[in-house]
Every structure is written in structure tokens, then in C-alpha cells.
Design a protein around this ligand. Structure first.
Ligand code: FES
Length: 152
């Protein structure tokens, strides 16, 4: 787990920037894989913002997570074109099958499911992404195969 010193060092590296909040959050997530709870009061104090404001920013940007991700991250496109192609149903069924909400991780730690807003594959929706790999025309069977491959 990151120590307060580790976190302070990362904050100090970026606090002098104009608009330091997002660079700090990116640096912390890059270093630790998520924004640990211990970072919240330190960042809030350094930038003189409230913890509530900070939580608001973290949840607004879908790239940040407050808990460590599973070994694989499956993102399902929630933007309009994919929704129109059945992305809604795909998302709902996938979460239900895994017993998860968005941003949840399977109990075996294999897979975290996250929403994403357009992967540039709108013509081949519904689209998904497994780690760095973008996949188009994902139906239930294809999603099952992807999840199995990821060890969910
Ligand atoms: Fe899903 Fe563009 S809307 S990839």
C-alpha cells in the first residue's frame, strides 16, 4: 500500500502546475492502479478543496477508480450508437451474469467491468474493450467467450 510519503511526493511533483488536480489524480492512479482512500485528504488539503469536491471530480471522470481493478478490465460502450445496436441489453446481461454493478470486480479478482463512452467502433456496435483490445459486434455469446478468456 502507498505510504503518505509516497503520496505526498506525487502531489508535490504536480502541485505547482496550473490546474494541478487532474495531473495529480493521473499520477496517483498510474503509480498505484487506483486512487487510494489515503490520498483523498492529502490531495484535498494540498489543493485547498473539500473531500466532497474531490470525490465529485473522481467520479465524474470515468478513468479514475477508487478501488484496485481486477487483472482484466472489460469496458462496455454506453454511447448512443452502441446503445442503439443492443449495447444496453449487452451491458445489463453482462453485469447480471457476473453479479456486478459498474466498476465492480468479480470475487476471483479476474475482471472489472466499466462503462466507456465511444470506442470509435460505432459502425460495428455494440463495442467493448478488453484491456487494450477493442472488440466490435459483441453479442452475448461473444461476451461470454471474452469473459471466459479473461478468467471471470
Ligand atoms: Fe460505441 Fe462509438 S458509440 S463505439
Amino acid at each position: 500500500a502507498p505510504t503518505d510519503e509516497d503520496l505526498r511526493a506525487l502531489i508535490d511533483d504536480h502541485v505547482g502546475l496550473e490546474g494541478p488536480l487532474l495531473p495529480i489524480l493521473h499520477a496517483v492512479q498510474k503509480a498505484f492502479g487506483h486512487i487510494p482512500g489515503a490520498a483523498i485528504p492529502l490531495i484535498a488539503d494540498a489543493l485547498n478543496i473539500t473531500r466532497a469536491e474531490l470525490h465529485g471530480v473522481i467520479s465524474f471522470y470515468h478513468d479514475f477508480r477508487e478501488a484496485p481493478a481486477g487483472r482484466h478490465v472489460v469496458k462496455i460502450c454506453r454511447a448512443e450508437a452502441c446503445q442503439a445496436m443492443g449495447g444496453d441489453v449487452l451491458a445489463e446481461e453482462t453485469l447480471k451474469k457476473l453479479g456486478l454493478d459498474w466498476h465492480g470486480t468479480t470475487v476471483n479478482g479476474a475482471v472489472t467491468v466499466e462503462p466507456v463512452y465511444c470506442l470509435g467502433l460505432c459502425a460495428c456496435g455494440p463495442a467493448a474493450m478488453v484491456d487494450d483490445r477493442v472488440v466490435g459486434r459483441v453479442d452475448g455469446a461473444r461476451m461470454d467467450a471474452l469473459l471466459k478468456e479473461a478468467g471471470a
